[in-house]
Design a protein around this ligand. Sequence first.
Ligand SMILES: NC(=O)c1ccc[n+]([C@@H]2O[C@H](COP(=O)([O-])OP(=O)(O)OC[C@H]3O[C@@H](n4cnc5c(N)ncnc54)[C@H](O)[C@@H]3O)[C@@H](O)[C@H]2O)c1
Length: 244
Amino acid sequence: MDIFRGKAVLVTGAAGGIGAAIVRQLRSEGARVAVADRDVAGIEAEAHLPGDLLDTGYADSLPKAAFQALRGLDIVVNNAGVITRGTVTNTTDADWSLSLGVNVEAPFRICRAAIPILAAEGGGAIVNVASCWGIRPGPDHAIYCMTKAAIASLTQCMGMDHAHQNIRVNAVCPNEVNTPMLRTGFLKRGFDPNTAVAELGKTVPLGRIAEPEDIADVVLFLASDAARYMCGSLVEVNGGKAVG
Ligand SMILES: NC(=O)c1ccc[n+]([C@@H]2O[C@H](COP(=O)([O-])OP(=O)(O)OC[C@H]3O[C@@H](n4cnc5c(N)ncnc54)[C@H](O)[C@@H]3O)[C@@H](O)[C@H]2O)c1
C-alpha cells in the first residue's frame, strides 16, 4: 500500500516506542519522514532533525526545518512526551517544567509554526499523541494527566479553528502501551518489566496492553484521507480498558 506516497511528515519523539513505529509505518506507506528527537542517529528516515524540545527556539523552528529538508510539509505528528509520577504535593518544580515543556509547550510551538506552512500548501493534518488519562485522569500522576488534558483540549480547539484552512487536527489517546516509557517506569519501581506487562495485560478486556504498532495504525488513520471529515477528535485506543 502507498497511502502516503508524496506526503512529507514531521514526527517528534521518533526514537521512542510509539514514535519509531509511526515512522516505520509511514515510510512503508510511501511517506517522506523528518524525524525529531534528542538522538536520531540510526533511525531510517529522509531527514534528521535532532534537538531538545525544551529549547523553545528548536521547537519553533522544527516545522520550517522539516519543510526545507523534505521540500514540503503535509503532516505533523506531535508524539514526544514525558511522564512524571506523583500527586501535586510530591511534584517538584523540575517535574512541572519538564512535563509542561515537553507535553504542552512544545506541541503548541510546533503547531503554531506548522499551521501557516500547512495552510500555504493547501492544508494538511496534525496528529497529537495525548492519553486516555487526558480524558479521565488516573491516580498518582497529577501533572502528567493535566498536561495530557491540556494537549487534548488544544487539539479540540485547533481542530475547530483551523478546519477552514483545510487543516485537520486530531489526537490519539492510548491507554497502556508496551514502550520504554512504561517499562522504565516498572524498572524504577523495582518490577520486572516483562512480568509487569503480562500482569497488566490481564486487566485489559482485549487480554493484552497495546503494542506501539496498535497506536501507530490509528495515528496513520487520523493523518490519512480516510479521516478527511475528522477535526478535533480525541480517539481512545484502549483495548476496551477505560480509565475510571
Ligand atoms: N507508553 C504508554 O503507556 C503511553 C500511554 C498513553 C500515552 N502515551 C504517550 O505516547 C507518546 C509516546 O510515548 P512512548 O510510550 O513511545 O514513550 P518513549 O519514552 O518510548 O518515547 C518518547 C520519546 O520522546 C522523546 N522526548 C522526550 N523528551 C524530549 C525532549 N525534551 N526533546 C526531544 N525529545 C524528547 C524521548 O527521547 C523519546 O524518544 C507520549 O506522548 C506519551 O505520553 C504513552
